[in-house]
Unconditional design. Sequence first.
Lengths: 379, 315
Amino acid sequence: MKHNLGKHLLLFSLFLVQLFAEDFTYRITTDSTEVYLKEAVVLTVELNQTNPNVVLFFDFDLHPSKNYTFHRIDTKQSDSYQKVKTDYTYLLYPLHAGDLNITFDLTKKVTTKENVAYSFSGDRDNVKGIDTQNIPITLPPFQLHIKALPKAVQLVGDFSLEYKIKKHQAKAYEPLPLQITIKGTGYPPLLENILPKELNVTRFKEKPILHTVNTKEGSQSSVTYPIALSHTQSFDLHTIVLNAFNPKTDKAYTLSIPKQHFEIQRVDVNSLVDKIDDPKPLQGDYGWLTSLFSYLVVFGAGVLTALTLKRKKRITINKTDPLIEKIEACQDAKALLQLLMATNSRQFASNIEKLEKHLYGNGKMNLKKIKQDILEKIV
Amino acid sequence: MNEKITMLKQELHKAVIGQESLIEGLLIGLLCDGHILVEGVPGLAKTTTINTFSKALGLDFKRIQFTPDLLPSDIIGAQIYNPQDHSFSIKKGPLFTNLLLADEINRAPAKVQSALLEVMQERQVTIAEESFQLDPPFLVMATQNPIEQEGVYALPEAQLDRFMMKIIVKHNSEEEELEIMRKGASKSFAKVEKVLSLEALQALQEKLEKIHIDKELEQYIVQLISATRDPEKFGLEHISPMLMYGASPRASIDLYKAAKAKAFLRGNDFVTPADIGYVIHDVLRHRIILSYEARAKGITSDEMISKIVETLPIP
């Protein structure tokens, strides 16, 4: 890529239009009025206030049109509200050959010093707008003459091309990644179809990745096309040729990708098809009978366990209650009376009375019978 | 059983269903001039029981609800200035009664609880510079909420010792509760009449004095109390770490009196070891101070008393 734009800019004559309007003058300049289609034009608009008795603001932009695209690349404004000077710089690309009228949208905003001061009186939480009188101004169109491009030109500017192919061998249906990048200065190199239409393979495309920086020297762009190709048999990607034109040097040139051969290994499709029934087709299923039997066994086991535990618990209570053991161990009436006194339980009152009568009175008793009676009360 | 005691019990059961241990504890307290501490959850007819007692005996009854902001003067009375004749007069408090229900005693701070001490022990009240003797009988039945409840103060040991017995009131049996439910719903509790005069009560107290207690049993009582203080001496080494303080001499007196009263209530004219066994838990459970180890293990003073009774041979 040749960086000779600056040298050529010096050769261009300055094209200037200066006009007068109420309260201000305006001047429109370009680096050239005769350019190629899609060639970058730097357009500068200067607005100068001439009436210092009012406070002026400008709301300016180029009027959008399908015949050109533009990007505002710089704005300069003086700080004086009564002698305002505003410069707008645009990078413009004509999209239509022949005479091209650039039109403008301009609104003059007139206000007073008091209104400006009032707008500053608020704080950051109480912002006040400036009260202005908005007057639309109609500016005459600025004319450019646009030259047609040579035939079959796809790119306009000074570009270079790079491509990356990760592999040239693959299995059938396996994607083959291909990445093409076009870089340079000029009209952004976005192409609808970078690969030839006649290529009979499956294509996987993503949206091109575009990076553009607009400067006075033109648009510096980088466009990447991520692509993947897939096919069932080997194929050739024939030479891709992109026709480009550099308006600065007035010369046409080409960017190309040489012919590429891709080797595709065939795959036996039949081996990929699942021919085994899984799960197997249903036959006479008596599994429910097994399940039912299992449930019955588990239920029976549960019932038996519950009954066993209940019985065991009763036996355990009988055996583990220390009072029962102590009662059984009592050899005489006095020991039994002493034990019952220690229990502090009113339920043994009748037993205590019998023991008392035997020990301290004339009563008779059967120790074994009393013990049995006490044990029954406990259990 | 003594006819008058039977009559009194029948009259009490007109309004109180079940709660035999509480009724018997109050009877023992009345006969022995002792005070009763009652512990149990609310709604177990504690107030009804003592109120019924007062009606059946024709005695004066007052109730004090102990609260955290209660002052000693609220219960014993105060000296009041009379501006008409520029003189001071004594306004007697609710303590001047025969039967006093100190409800939820452990909700009041220690200074109010201490105000009861003099009255319970000396049966006299000092207001300003004047002391007043209380008319007999004078019985304090204090109810206590379990210590686990919110907003209660533990009673000091000195005051606990002044209660002859601590009765644990439990819920009624299902049959008793059914009867309570039916009678309560239909308001069919019979009216309690006075069945025993003050003189008759005093006569019963005199009869109690004549109940015989054998010397061996007197010795047995002393040994039981001593075992709470010095368990090792009686072969109770295993419970020694569980006891911090044993029972006081006042416990010996109260156990002696309570055993006699129990024998009297059972209709005997002599005391047997069983009479002691019937009352020993109620007399000692609030006087034995358990060690931290015992409390940590969840051991109760009743269990300690049972161990002692179980170990010491009866005469």
